[in-house]
Design a protein around this ligand. Sequence first.
Ligand SMILES: C[S@@+](CC[C@H](N)C(=O)[O-])C[C@H]1O[C@@H](n2cnc3c(N)ncnc32)[C@H](O)[C@@H]1O
Length: 280
Amino acid sequence: MSTTEASRRANGYALGHTPQEYERLRAQARVWEPATARVLDQVGPPPGARCLDAGCGPGETMRLLAQRVGPAGRVLGIDADASIGALAVQMLHGGGQRQCDFQAHDLTADEPVPGGPFDLVYARLLLFHLPQRVAVLARLWDAVAPGGHLVVQDYDLRTVSVLPDLASVDEVGRVIMGAFGAAGADVQVGARLAQLFAQAGIGVPEGTDVSGRVEPLGTGTVMLDCVFRSLLPVALAHGITSEDAAAAALAELGRDATRFADRPMLWPLMIGAWKRRAWR
Ligand SMILES: C[S@@+](CC[C@H](N)C(=O)[O-])C[C@H]1O[C@@H](n2cnc3c(N)ncnc32)[C@H](O)[C@@H]1O
């Protein structure tokens, strides 16, 4: 692990900041695009709206938001990782979506979210990683303009499995869950969103949405493999696996992906919740 990579991981975010991880995030975002589009369709936003994508990563949801708000709207992406934000803006501007902008900011900082208020505040796969998730959620809600919406989508990892079970998938899953847990992530946060809304003083969500995905192990294993590799430094640092055991687990997973390519693999659930802020 490079020094830059080590210092970036020191902020508690368990996944990496490598080109491979950025590509994995983009591939993952494309998988969930229909699920996110469906939730965005429930709440707007109208042309000209001001939107925030909190923890925007590679900017794939910023693209969806820009398509909805049009050139008169504004889409701000915020992420603690300035490098991924720069790539996101480059991709968006290259595609003609010049209403998109990026600001590097740590959303766990005890200060208002910059750039608000917004007609739509959106966050996907962000709260999962943040031990301060209630405080962050409250700050995101504070950034919503009267009449605007807060929309959150996040994972519940409990469904990740292959049918029938395989020891290689179980072992890779054990390491992934262990590393996320050691970093303070909540791997069931999606199912807890309504509770978190209540704890953050937002109230009962107006709507919820659950999306899933089943894929043959032959192709689904790629995401497991990539998440495992991205989390490996954290897993090693916490003694959850060793270099040798990790290499053996990945080799076994690769063999099983070929031998049992047609076994169905269930992804995490993507769970959404949203709420409109009352007009004053
Ligand atoms: C799993 S990625 C999800 C990216 C994007 N929302 C998506 O769904 O495609 C989580 C993102 O949250 C960002 N992040 C993590 N901790 C953060 C923090 N404290 N403040 C701002 N962004 C953070 C990471 O850098 C990463 O880009």
